[in-house]
Design a protein. Sequence first.
Length: 148
Amino acid sequence: MKGVRCYIKGMGIAYRADRLHGCTVSIWDGDVTAEDVRRHLGSLAADNNWPAGRAHLTDLTTMTSADVPDPELLDLLYEGTTLADDLRIAVVVRSEPSFETMHRYEIATDKISATTFHDLAPACAYLGLNVPAVQAMLAELRQELAPG
């Protein structure tokens, strides 16, 4: 199986659980609401292909703002599993994030361990992923999020 793409119309979040590469890649784009995040977490929980492996990369470089739902929602996603300990998470952010964006990111990831990068290549190296393969997934996801 090549992978699964998920995009919920109106959301600023898209992801792909790719078993071939053993990873999940997601993009948070534009203004992301707490409801967007709740729907995204619900989609992950309902996706039989997630997690597609230990590696999880999230690209926040085009996110302008994010409203984070109650952190207990993340607890529900991981409840009864070892996912919080098993997943290796890399988050790619702009090199000059605003204090507000960074503060909200820290709140969102308080229950899980994630490593932040300012460039895709070191994030992929950290996760053991092929940079061109991840770039291709990100390009597809950006296309799905494009208006039109």
